[in-house]
Design a protein around this ligand. Structure first.
Ligand code: C5P
Length: 413
């Protein structure tokens, strides 16, 4: 489907890279209208933008008044991408200012907005910028990056604009994903990553979970309007913006964080890979290889099953979603394992996925089956972890809605 895409370019040195964003969107078959700020035109010329976008480029609010251009561009847009987004533009967007054509275009549009911030690390970390980003995320804006790397000068750190192909992929995924804010007013707790069980000050028993699927769920829930607490266990990827992140390492730390965050939550999604066992004793000093001869026997004790604990305790109004990562190759047996795991843990939904040496962990794609309390397969999802996240949340939303409706029927007051 051809989308009408507005690419806003603002006045940062990364504006030259925005030409790559425009080109990729045009080559993907979309109709692209570039709206640069005056500052952007100091970094990249209008003829370049017109040639690459194959459309006229306007900046002036007082040109084309007869065709009401200041609102027409935004009203016609299916998607707005602002790359680079400077700290100044981010502040203006957060405040709803409309003192140039880009500001008017964004205000006059109902299209999803994707921004790719680019600035120096100090400006990005400034509490004013962070508060503005939080406001935009709260309103459903998708923030791509910034990446960590070499900045314009000799310095480096977070603030570099994400690469054009990453921005384009995120923007098109956003345009394709539900633009609804069907989780507004809901509080969702997500666990992600893999626990590490310490053996001594320098060693641990861990697993290969990267945290990608859990982070994708947290990000998707945030974009759909939820207030999200992310209990993050040793993530291998960046923490998402706009979530209340609680960092943990071991299963016991994860249990304390999730038990606290789950109080009064609408849903708890347990995507983290939690160790079933931990060393019985943690050595205060590094275990020496010569202390135990040729071999070393570790004594392990069971960790509490956190999900089962939540399932067994009263949790009225909190939907519990568990995950089962299994190596079982047979589809039917895999599903049966999922169903019995859901029962054993008292979860409302169980997301079953197959994992292996090259499947599941650390990849960008996933295939899952979701089963509910009736043992029914509610959905089968295959795709990027982002699209799988949205599919899982579709089920969460439908279960939350039906519970709310049942509660209203039971208590019409
Ligand atoms: O039993 P298994 O580890 O396969 O269960 C997976 C599900 O249970 C996941 O949702 C995981 O987060 C959760 N779990 C837990 N506490 C444990 C082990 C797993 O909550 N100790």
């Amino acid at each position: 489907m051809t989308l009408n895409i507005v690419v806003g370019i603002t006045g940062g040195i990364a504006a030259y890279k925005a030409v790559g964003v425009v080109r990729a969107l045009v080559l993907a078959g979309h109709d692209v209208h570039v709206v640069p700020t005056e500052g952007a035109l100091r970094f990249v010329g209008r003829p370049t933008l017109e040639a690459i976008s194959r459309n006229p480029v306007h900046t002036d609010l007082y040109e084309g008044v007869a065709e009401v251009r200041h609102v027409a561009i935004g009203q016609a847009a299916d998607l707005i991408v602002i790359a680079p987004a400077t700290a100044n533009t981010i502040a203006k967007l957060a405040a709803g200012l409309a003192d140039d054509l880009l500001g008017n275009t964004v205000l006059a549009s109902e299209a999803p907005v994707v921004i790719a911030p680019a600035m120096h690390t100090e400006m990005w970390r400034n509490p004013a910028t962070q508060a503005n980003i939080a406001t935009l995320v709260e309103r459903g804006v998708t923030v791509v990056g910034p990446a960590v790397g070499q900045l314009t000068g000799t310095d480096s750190g977070p603030g570099r604009m994400e690469e054009p192909d990453v921005i384009v992929a995120a923007a098109l995924a956003r345009a394709a994903s539900p633009s609804t804010r069907d989780l507004a007013g809901r509080r969702i707790v997500v666990t992600a990553g893999g626990t590490r069980e310490p053996l001594d000050p320098v060693r641990f028993l861990g697993n290969r979970s990267s945290g990608k699927q859990g982070v994708a769920i947290a990000e998707a829930a945030r974009a759909r309007g939820a207030e999200v607490t992310l209990v993050a266990a040793n993530l291998e990827i960046a923490e998402p913006d706009g979530c209340d992140v609680r960092r943990v390492s071991s299963a016991l730390e994860l249990q304390a964080a999730v038990t606290d965050a789950a109080q009064g939550a609408d849903a708890v999604v347990m995507a983290a890979a939690v160790a079933d066992y931990r060393p019985a004793a943690v050595s205060e000093s590094k275990i020496k290889k010569d202390a135990s001869g040729d071999g070393l026997t570790l004594e392990l004790v069971r960790n509490p099953d956190i999900l089962a604990g939540l399932g067994a305790a009263p949790h009225d109004g909190t939907l519990l979603v568990g995950f089962a990562a299994e190596t079982e190759p047979d589809d039917e047996r895999l599903l049966e394992l999922g169903r019995s795991k859901r029962r054993a843990k008292g979860a409302d939904l169980l997301v079953v996925n197959r994992v292996g040496w090259s499947e599941g962990f650390a990849t960008d794609e996933n295939s899952v089956v979701v089963v509910d309390r009736d043992d029914t397969v509610v959905t089968r999802l295959h795709g990027t972890k982002t699209s799988v996240a949205d599919g899982i949340l579709d089920v969460v939303v439908s279960k939350l809605t039906s519970t709310t409706e049942r509660t209203k029927e039971a208590d019409p007051a």
